[in-house]
Design a protein around this ligand. Structure first.
Ligand SMILES: Cc1cc2nc3c(=O)[nH]c(=O)nc-3n(C[C@H](O)[C@H](O)[C@H](O)COP(=O)(O)O)c2cc1C
Length: 445
């Protein structure tokens, strides 16, 4: 029979429970309601209850790691064996098959690192929110290459969340952590409700989109048009913070249309920081709301990184993340001399391996071996199988991996095979396996 130990973090924001089986430590994140149902269990536990081997094991955890700040109390197995009323809690305590497949077995270092960071989740390196691209499948795929990268969801509007079953938009895979939900909206009360939902679903951060230039969202006062309404943005962020304990952040542009001076950008930040929000992700170009498509709005207005650097210089107390046109880790290192974090969108999606497989070592001081491209593809297979078994289209899942072999021998054929055959109604995981025959098992970064 397995022995179970559960550790719970002191930090209220870190919604993680830790279950230790033998020597492997796994992280489980629970939504708030689950946590509150579990808290009575933890209240009953005191260090004195460590005994025998459990005590030894716990002490070893403390000695060998930086876990000592955790109020870490082992739950005697009886607590777990006692039937817990809420079935969700019981289920949550079981390791899910997919989590086992995605997370390496002995992932203790990663877990500890995440724990000891004072700024969990770290925004030093993130993959940008991208509609239709950074879906849950994409994030599961990205997580196979990097443990530390913060992954953003696509933007979800408050309307979509509040008028539908939120689980439809908010469900995700436990392996995705650290994961941030991006919201689109401008009604403070609705955004507050949605921020609460983000916390309940266990997201590590909730972000407000003030950068999307599409007409569709402008008509609903969502996205970049809000740059002209800093007070409203501040009100939205204030209400969101009041509604949740998870970090609330904002992603915005340098400006819009002719509201594009540095002084106006500074005035925007000055007003918005009054809400208490202290993390600003800045897409370093303005948006032109009339006449340019969203795609052109990511290419035509010039990038002015200097404006972002100057914001950081003026407000050193704020966390400033730079975004836009960044393609390599060398560029990230240069930006990190000026700002606190780098967010990458298109390059991380279209050519993920060079960035994501190296970022942990380069930026997070974590040099554990990373899987090769081929191994990443193989590790993605269980997830693909599960999705297809649940009725998802193969292409909808594997399209996020099209860029995995970018620039590699056979990479084009891999991509073409999936594009030509992945859409077929009967297409299953064998199409992905066939595509893999075009690429080599050993390759270079
Ligand atoms: C397909 C696509 C969809 C996007 N959707 C969103 C979105 O939902 N929310 C958002 O804030 N930005 C969105 N963006 C913008 C990116 O987050 C990012 O700011 C932009 O692509 C610039 O970064 P990059 O040059 O690294 O790609 C999207 C970008 C792309 C390419």
């Amino acid at each position: 029979m397995s022995r179970y130990f559960v550790l719970m973090s002191y930090r209220p924001n870190l919604s993680s429970l830790f279950r230790i089986e033998g020597l492997s430590l796994r992280v489980y994140d629970f939504a708030l309601p689950l946590r509150s149902q579990l808290s009575p269990i933890f209240d009953t536990i005191a260090p004195a209850e460590f005994s025998d081997s459990r005590h030894e094991f716990a002490s070893e955890c403390f000695r060998s790691s930086r876990l000592s700040h955790i109020r870490s109390l082992s739950v005697p197995p009886t607590h777990l064996e006692t039937p817990i009323k809420a079935p969700a809690v019981k289920n949550a305590l079981k390791p899910t098959k997919t989590t086992e497949k995605v997370l390496p077995e002995n992932d203790t270092k990663n877990t500890k690192d995440a724990l000891v960071s004072n700024t969990y989740p770290s925004r030093k390196f993130s993959v940008a929110p991208m509609m239709d691209w950074t879906t849950s499948d994409c994030r599961v795929f990205h997580r196979l290459m990097s443990r530390h990268t913060l992954l953003y969801t696509e933007m979800v509007t408050t309307g979509a969340l509040l008028h539908n079953d939120p689980a439809r938009f908010l469900s995700y895979h436990q392996s995705e952590h650290p994961v941030a939900l991006q919201l689109g909206g401008s009604n403070p009360a609705e955004l507050a409700q949605c921020a609460k939902l983000a916390e309940e679903f266990g997201y590590d951060e909730v972000n407000l989109n003030v950068g999307c230039p599409s007409d569709r969202v402008q008509n609903n006062m969502i996205g970049a048009c809000l740059m002209a309404h800093p007070k409203l943005v501040a009100e939205c962020l204030g209400e969101m913070q009041a509604a949740t304990k998870i970090p609330v952040t904002v992603k915005h542009r340098l400006g819009i249309d002719d509201l594009d001076s540095f002084e106006l950008l500074q005035a925007f930040v000055e007003t918005v920081k009054g809400s208490g929000c202290n993390s600003f992700t800045i897409h370093a170009r303005k948006a032109i709301l009339q006449g340019l498509s969203p795609k052109e709005n990511r290419e035509v207005p010039p990038l002015i990184y200097d404006y972002v650097y100057r914001i950081k210089q003026l407000y050193p107390e704020l966390e400033v993340i730079i975004n836009g046109g960044i393609k390599t880790l060398d560029e990230c290192v240069t930006h990190l001399l000026q700002v606190d974090g780098v967010m990458i969108g298109r390059e991380a999606y279209q050519n993920p391996y060079p960035l994501l497989s190296q970022v942990d070592a380069r930026l997070f001081d974590d040099s554990r071996p990373v899987p090769s491209r081929y191994e990443v593809a193989e590790q993605f297979i269980p997830h693909i199988e599960q999705r297809v078994a649940n009725g998802w289209s193969l292409y909808g899942v594997v399209k996020h991996a099209l860029g995995l072999f970018h620039g590699q021998r056979g990479g084009k054929q891999f991509r073409r095979h999936l594009s030509e055959n992945g859409h077929k109604r009967e297409a299953g995981v064998e199409v992905f396996r066939e595509a893999l025959k075009f690429v080599e098992q050993t390759e270079t970064v």
